[in-house]
Design a protein around this ligand. Structure first.
Ligand SMILES: C[S@@+](CC[C@H](N)C(=O)[O-])C[C@H]1O[C@@H](n2cnc3c(N)ncnc32)[C@H](O)[C@@H]1O
Length: 249
């Protein structure tokens, strides 16, 4: 999987690629992340990449020419055109389903805005996708681009030690994930649930499924509307909800 990140601030991005799971994935050649400085495609002695907005108002706008040139420098006629994704709070909101879609491509080009954003002609005539990481506004698209790199890379075979891990995560199978515990078995008088120490795999699986159902119901009941539930899941949830004190239901 190849990611090309286009930004005015490459140094905001590079340190986060130099640690932990992403760094190992890059070392092992499972993912490639190229960070491109848009300013290298700006013109003039001062390499100006942003300018005042037409019509007035505060803030600067990223100029179209350096962004177009940066993207065009990456594309070749011999390769199919990859998705060219603008990070913007006005885009489609990133969910695990969108992450899965993106992971189906072999290359993604991520364009980071900054300041007031990018000249509208970039959105109209260059990018193919617009993605938001949520309904709030950040100073730049660098963190959103890294979030996409991180979330998509987890789905690339070999990047995670446990190949099945992404399937069990929250939002993958429509539910929030069950709680995790590690050693010690008792910490400050708070024990690990007995079932997890029992070694009984079927019971552990059942407990985890039930915990995932209860958590999802308590924290994100909206997810249950679309989650693929079995008859046993529904029976269990019905009994659990009926047993709750009235204030909690
Ligand atoms: C201050 S924001 C610009 C916001 C823009 N003026 C607006 O209201 O839509 C600067 C840049 O940060 C990035 N950004 C900010 N919030 C984002 C979000 N929620 N998702 C993705 N990118 C975001 C975008 O690349 C954007 O161009």
């Amino acid at each position: 999987m190849q990611f090309d990140i286009l930004t005015l601030f490459p140094n905001l991005i590079r340190p986060l690629l130099a640690e932990s799971i992403l760094a190992r994935a890059i070392d092992r050649g499972l993912i490639q992340v190229q960070v491109h400085d848009i300013r290298e495609h700006a013109e003039g002695r001062h390499l100006v990449a942003d300018d005042y907005p037409y019509g007035g108002g505060g803030g600067m706008v990223m100029k179209p020419e350096p962004i177009f040139r940066s993207v065009e420098a990456l594309l070749t006629d011999s390769e199919p055109r990859p998705p060219i994704i603008l990070l913007t709070p006005q885009g489609r909101v990133l969910t695990q389903a969108v992450v899965r879609e993106l992971a189906g491509h072999r290359r993604l080009v991520l364009v980071c805005g900054h300041y007031e954003g990018v000249d509208e002609r970039v959105r109209q005539h260059l990018v193919t996708h617009e993605i938001s990481i949520g309904d709030y506004v950040l100073t730049g698209g660098e963190l959103p681009a890294l979030i996409i790199v991180d979330a998509v890379s987890r789905l690339v075979p070999g990047v995670l030690g446990d190949e099945a891990a992404p399937d069990k995560d929250s939002h993958s199978a429509g539910l929030l994930e069950y709680p995790h515990y590690t050693r010690p078995p008792e910490f400050r008088g708070w024990p690990v649930p007995d079932v997890l120490l029992s070694g009984h795999h079927a019971k552990i699986e059942r407990w985890r499924r039930q915990q995932a159902l209860c958590r999802t119901w308590a924290r994100r009941p909206d997810l249950l509307r679309h989650a693929p539930l079995t008859d046993e899941d529904r029976r269990f949830l019905g009994q659990w909800i009926a047993g709750l004190p009235e204030d909690d239901t």
